[in-house]
Design a protein around this ligand. Sequence first.
Ligand SMILES: [Zn+2]
Ligand SMILES: [Zn+2]
Length: 341
Amino acid sequence: MCGRSSREVEFIGSLCKDCFVKRYGIARLPEQVEVTYCTSCHAHRTSGRWSDPYPSLEESLTDYLEAYLANKVKPVEPLESVGIDGVRLELQGGTATAYVDLEGSYGDVKVKGTAVVKVMLKPTLCPVCSSRKTGEGYTAVVQLRSYPRSISEVRRLSERVQRIVASIGDDIVKVEERKEGLDVYVREHSAARVLATRLRSEFNAKVIETYKGRGDRLKLYVSVRLATVSPGDVLEVDGTPYFYMGDSQNGLLLINLETGKRAVMTPDELWDQGFKLYEGQNLERMMLLSRQGNRYVLVGDEGSIEVPSDQVEAFTESVNEGDHFLVYLSRRRIYLVRREE
Ligand SMILES: [Zn+2]
Ligand SMILES: [Zn+2]
């Protein structure tokens, strides 16, 4: 056809490979493909099941077409095999055109070409998005409440909460902000429990499950009370002041500020005994005036005190003259609880 010989170009049968591709193409593909997709999250439907959401419709369609066409593509005779190199998409209104890059082989001869497939778009709402829109379709409500600080009071806290809530993603039907906390409506009981467990381990939360309603309307309510305390806080548990050092595997690490003894308390023990932020009179803001020899001099609103250094214990990393501290004055010791601005 082009007049070239087999010394100049590879041949397939009686045609050079370029003329072969021009006349027969490389593969047989459907001329037209229908794709059902979600207008809200761009997920697509594959043999009755919905994919995960996509950041863009283009990516979603490309992924669908690559997988779908890979199953349908057949080499034209006498090519032995064909594969899809990639799919490029052109979107216009309700239809799209897919340019499918193909590579076929015939013995040692490789041929490349592009096929065009028309894409019919079927927009709809996936079940996740449609139940989210109507606010129905939930079987559980996780009610986040916090104590002693409100979630919105501390930005760092609310960011951590948002991140954990977002971690169950598609299972969330809706989130309602209330004065006293957050209500998270969840599709499945299992996801509600996963959320509660994550919050429990991150915030020493107390979790209580109850059921409300009956029959089809039976809902699981999971009350999650977050202990919004941080290392560095002074807590009062059952009338005793404790310094909260941090968390261990077995619970909260505390120092009894009256006896100086360390204690580990599980979150359940903490909640059962009752706790609050310590607001008693032994806590004072003071400045370290001097630290000479083995004596500390501290000054506060109530005057100054001078104590031997072996009666001072600091929970802060460094102690320098001129620093301001939150100080707990017990009968036996002086605790520098934390640095103050
Ligand atoms: Zn030719
Ligand atoms: Zn959707």
